[in-house]
Write a protein that binds this ligand. Structure first.
Ligand SMILES: Nc1nc2c(ncn2[C@@H]2O[C@H](COP(=O)(O)OP(=O)(O)OP(=O)(O)O)[C@@H](O)[C@H]2O)c(=O)[nH]1
Length: 394
């Protein structure tokens, strides 16, 4: 093969190879482009970047739910048969045994302190002064303290304090001071087939709503048909709180709009109680103590309006045992504006100053009928003078 022929042949072959390579590259590139276009078309359109703004005070933390929240007024009592969630409250007897230990724990230092002082070998003036101080510190009050010390002195002089004598003397004199003669039963017999009406009053935070809830449980445990009246319209959450207590034991709560007229809610609750042939209507009230006249107007009106439907059988004044003299002063104001028939001392578990039982009864001339010994649902017990003193000395 001559040289020029070889060059022509090479050029033709090279040309064919170059064309083939270009064709492959073109086909491959077009396919890649089509696939990549398709992929792009499948992706959702990019969202526009959100505008970032700083949250302001009052903004909702979440989007509001599109279903409206059910109002509590709509809540009905569970259907008969759907009672699985309804609790069975503890009986009064059961709770007394359990709570006595708690009372002894909180008040033990008072009783034991007194006993130790009284059992000293020599009961000199200093020892008697220490006894007085112990009693005053435990909120027994000045007059009852002096009275008790006088009686103890006389008995120790006459009977001596040997052996168990100190305990016996102290027990008897403390029981006398707490006064076992007082009638502490709750008046729960309504007139002429009507429900008994119990009005619960007291300063904010003393434990009124809790006491109404706990008392409902005591009554339900005694198979009583109870209706609750949420006439504390001052504190927004009070009616919800009461309704929750009621629902737990299958008891209806009559409530009104927030800030509504307490007297009209109390009246509606009593009317509901009459319609349902309830045994007891318990009415929770607000304890605003801004002015004595304001309080008198409000409680007076609640009572008067209820009495258009039924008699008020009990007015229970709730006192926080931890507030000492302050609580006593407030209690005095309530007793001046409404005829209190019984006292409830709450939070006795939170203080060693059980002497307030004695002071407050003396001060108001009204018996302590119930004591609160904890935040638990069944931590309310009927008050009993002997059991109280025994718990002090245990
Ligand atoms: N430790 C203890 N706490 C109690 C007792 N009774 C009530 N409390 C607590 O006291 C607080 C106030 O109780 P509430 O029942 O809300 O008081 P309230 O008097 O109704 O208050 P207002 O509705 O504001 O008038 C709550 O935290 C209760 O759990 C008790 O006997 N012992």
């Amino acid at each position: 093969m001559s040289n020029p022929q070889l060059v022509t042949l090479l050029t033709d072959q090279a040309l064919i190879a170059i064309i083939a390579v270009i064709a492959i590259v073109l086909i491959g590139g077009t396919t890649g482009l089509v696939i990549s276009r398709r992929r792009k078309a499948e992706l959702p359109a990019a969202e526009p970047a959100p505008e970032l703004t700083e949250p302001k005070v009052g903004d909702d933390a979440e989007e509001p739910r599109d279903t409206p929240t059910r109002t509590l007024e709509d809540t009905e009592l569970p259907e008969a048969g759907a009672t699985a969630t309804i609790e069975k409250p503890e009986s009064a007897q059961g709770r007394l045994v359990r709570l006595r230990a708690r009372l002894a724990r909180s008040q033990g230092s008072l009783g034991k302190g007194l006993l130790a002082l009284l059992s000293r070998d020599t009961l000199d003036e200093e020892a008697w002064e220490d006894i007085e101080t112990t009693l005053i510190t435990a909120d027994v009050g000045v007059a009852p303290t002096q009275e008790l010390v006088e009686k103890l002195r006389t008995r120790v002089r006459v009977e001596g304090v040997s052996g168990d004598q100190a305990r016996t003397i102290l027990r008897e004199e403390l029981i006398a001071l707490v006064n076992p003669e007082l009638d502490r039963t709750l008046k729960l017999e309504g007139k002429e087939g009507q429900p008994a009406v119990v009005l619960v009053v007291g300063v904010n935070g003393t434990g009124k709503t809790t006491t109404v809830g706990k008392l409902a449980r005591v009554l339900v445990a005694e198979d009583k048909h109870v209706v609750l009246g949420a006439a504390d319209t001052f504190r927004a959450a009070a009616a919800d709180q009461l309704q929750t207590w009621g629902e737990r034991v299958g008891v209806r709560t009559v409530r009104g709009p927030e800030g509504g007229d307490p007297a009209s809610i109390a009246f509606d609750a009593v009317k509901q109680g009459i319609e349902e042939k309830a045994d007891v209507v318990l009415v929770d009230t607000a304890g605003r103590l801004h002015t004595k006249t304001g309080l008198m107007d409000e409680l007076g009106k609640v009572k008067r309006v209820i009495e258009k439907a039924a008699e008020v059988d009990e007015v229970l004044l709730v006192i926080d045992a931890t507030t000492g003299q302050n609580g006593l002063t407030q209690a005095r104001v309530f007793a001046e504006v409404i005829n209190v028939t019984g006292l409830v001392l709450t939070k006795l578990d939170g203080t060693a100053k059980g002497g307030i039982v004695i002071a407050v009864q003396r001060e108001l001339g009204v018996p302590v009928k119930l004591v609160g010994l904890g935040e638990g649902a069944d931590d309310l017990a009927p008050f009993d003078a002997e059991q109280f003193v025994d718990a002090l000395l245990d």
